[in-house]
Design a protein around this ligand. Structure first.
Ligand SMILES: NC(=O)c1ccc[n+]([C@@H]2O[C@H](COP(=O)([O-])OP(=O)(O)OC[C@H]3O[C@@H](n4cnc5c(N)ncnc54)[C@H](OP(=O)(O)O)[C@@H]3O)[C@@H](O)[C@H]2O)c1
Length: 184
């Protein structure tokens, strides 16, 4: 089972422009590529703050007829019980390994799992050694500050497996996480 982390970042490694929540900073090319790409995943996992930013959009999606499932990680799932949609939207305080174990038992053959951030969630799954690949849209912008891709120190090493242009100045970089080298 592959878990793919998908993020758009500035050239200096931020997933938000300063204190501005959301991804208004991304290019038209990424805005077109990202939803089409994410749609193909059976399971999507995100943090509560990322969910809040796109709440109306996501609630619209989970009431359509597709059969993908979203997990929103929160330490207080009881606060969002009224938003849950059986088999489509679940709020959970389970740690990454337990969410993944649940997906393995779901009966979906060769499930595709997208890790959609934010930085708390990217770090939690990376630390747990669960992310297979990072797909990074690199925008030609610098913010100086904002929410970083990860929220804690890591020694992660990755290998570039694919690079392409999404737009004239926007790169899509696909990296394989190489856990065998993490501490070397
Ligand atoms: N550019 C991009 O590609 C991209 C991608 C994703 C997000 N973003 C942006 O990044 C910002 C959010 O990122 P963020 O890092 O601040 O927040 P986040 O990771 O989306 O959410 C953080 C919240 O997730 C919950 N959480 C974190 N770790 C957990 C754990 N181990 N177990 C259970 N729950 C856990 C907590 O929710 P509770 O407080 O409810 O306990 C925590 O407050 C938003 O502005 C979003 O739009 C950008």
């Amino acid at each position: 089972m592959k878990l793919i982390a998908i993020a758009a970042t500035s050239l200096d490694g931020f997933i938000t422009r300063g204190d501005e929540p959301g991804t208004a900073f991304t290019s038209a090319a990424d805005k077109s590529w990202f939803p089409k790409t994410v749609e193909a995943f059976d399971f999507k996992i995100m943090g509560r703050k990322t969910f809040e930013v796109s709440k109306d959009y996501i609630l619209g999606l989970v009431h359509n007829e597709a059969n993908d499932k979203r997990f929103v990680m929160t330490r207080s799932p009881e606060n969002s019980k009224d938003l849950e949609v059986p088999n489509r939207l679940e709020f959970t305080k389970q740690p990454p390994a337990q969410i993944v174990a649940g997906i393995k038992k779901s009966g979906v053959v060769d499930p595709k799992v997208a890790i959609l951030g934010g930085s708390n969630i990217f770090s939690a799954f990376l630390d747990a050694g669960l992310i297979s690949e990072f797909w990074i849209t690199l925008e030609p912008l610098m913010f100086g500050y904002g929410t970083p891709l990860l929220n804690r120190e890591t020694q992660a090493k990755l290998r570039l497996i694919e690079s392409s242009n999404l737009g004239a100045d926007t790169l899509l970089l696909k990296y394989l996480c190489d856990y065998s080298q993490t501490n070397s």
